[in-house]
Design a protein around this ligand. Structure first.
Ligand code: NAD
Ligand code: DAU
Length: 357
């Protein structure tokens, strides 16, 4: 095997898509998925690849320093792709504790485990090691009507979530400057696609719209996000692992800015076409309800992805229209998954399974 990759948070939305991509496209990469299985992590997200001989799963918490040390000692890991995080901004506003724990302390514990294994125990091989930290464009704060986030934009996080991610980015970078840990950081814009937990805008709207429930749009609906299909993000991460310059950051984005209201209206129109109008005969846009705005709601995100395009030859493969079509079809074919993650029935099953061991 060319690489032994530790993927943290592989049972979440992007992690599961990433692992599936590796097992399909990287035949010489062995994958260990480490995930705590929080409300956002589901083994079902990888059910179809669970028996692949190049894949294994470990249920653990990245904050567990002793176990992270053991993991690095026992598995000769040479590459880390670190997704595990609390990822939902609204939850960070109501309950920031878990964000500081997982995003800051958890990242710190992984960095320490990598430092001990790669820089103390096996010094000479460090040039073949990589620690890729998956981060977000939210660390840069909020844009006005013009401009883009570049890798040089000053950090200005404005929610507990983005502040915890910014903190982890700083820690990761400090391990490069201080110890020479071979790190890479990616800062990506909003992802959408299969297996996204239905608390995030696109799957939440799809779920509510299918059930004929109201579609909450925060504030005036004019906040802008730069949407990227999840497979494009995963392919960009592979490019950075393979050829990124150690110590550097790469912005990843779709050049695809949309107002929230525009996205919600588009989803309504697609559903009306695919499954028919509401039983009342009305279009789904009638379900749109403007609700109280998110506290500290960032107005606009937009990524300048020229560095990764110029240096690593990555550009998105999917247009928004293609990606949204695939996403809607996936959710229509996986309504049971959506219901199970919403009512927590997978979680209750895992809790029993791991308690029985
Ligand atoms: P997600 O919430 O869907 O998944 C997070 C995963 O991490 C889950 O499987 C969860 O069980 C696991 N996890 C949480 N705490 C853990 C812990 N203490 N120990 C081990 N595992 C733990 O998140 P996502 O949307 O897939 O995001 C993945 C990463 O990508 C995050 O770091 C996020 O900040 C970043 N990111 C996300 C987006 C996006 O649009 N979703 C965009 C840019 C960057
Ligand atoms: O930009 C990258 C970030 O994108 C990631 O780092 C985060 O992990 C990810 O959750 C996402 O953050 P956002 O806050 O942008 O995503 P969310 O889907 O929660 O919201 C998208 C936009 O839609 C945002 O402007 C808030 C708005 N919104 C969201 C929800 C859930 C609504 O108007 N109504 C809603 O019900």
């Amino acid at each position: 095997m060319k690489k032994k990759v530790l993927v943290t948070g592989g049972c979440g939305f992007i992690g599961a898509n990433f692992i599936r991509l590796l097992l399909t496209n990287q035949p010489e990469w062995q994958v260990i998925n480490l995930d705590k299985l929080t409300y956002a992590g589901n083994l079902e997200n990888l059910e179809d690849v669970a028996d692949n001989p190049r894949y294994s799963f470990i249920c653990d918490d990245i904050c567990n320093q002793e176990q992270m040390d053991v993991l690095f000692r026992e598995h000769a890991i040479d590459t880390v792709v670190h997704f595990a995080a609390e990822s939902h901004v609204d939850r960070s506003i109501t309950n920031p504790d878990a964000f500081i724990q997982t995003n800051v302390f958890g990242t710190f514990s992984l960095l320490e485990a990598a430092r001990k294994a790669w820089l103390i125990s096996e010094k000479k091989t460090v040039s073949q090691r990589r620690f890729l930290h998956v981060s977000t464009d939210e660390v840069y704060g909020s844009l006005g009507e013009t401009g883009y986030f570049t890798e040089e934009t000053a950090y200005d996080p404005r929610s507990p979530y983005s502040a915890s991610k910014a903190s982890s980015d700083h820690l990761v970078r400090s391990y490069y400057h201080t110890y020479g840990l071979p790190i890479l950081i990616t800062n990506c814009s909003n992802n959408y696609g299969p297996y996204q937990f239905p608390e995030k805008l696109i799957p939440l709207i799809l779920n509510n719209a299918l059930k004929g429930e109201s579609l909450p749009v925060y504030g005036d609906g004019a906040n802008i996000r730069d949407w990227l299909y999840v497979v494009d993000h995963c392919e960009a991460i592979v490019r950075v692992v393979e050829d990124g310059t150690v110590g550097q950051s790469y912005n990843i984005g779709g050049h695809n800015e949309k107002k929230n209201l525009e996205v919600v209206e588009l989803l309504c129109t697609i559903l009306d076409q695919k499954v028919g109008l509401l039983p009342s005969g009305r279009p789904r846009t009638k379900l749109i309800t403007f609700v109280k705005d998110r506290l500290g709601h960032d107005r606009r995100y937009a990524i300048d992805a020229n560095k990764i395009a110029d240096q690593l030859g990555w550009t998105p493969r999917y247009t928004f229209e293609q990606g949204i079509e695939k996403t809607v079809d996936w959710y229509l074919a996986n309504k049971k998954w959506m219901d199970a993650v919403i009512d927590g029935s997978y979680q209750q099953y895992y809790e029993k399974m791991y308690a029985d061991r």
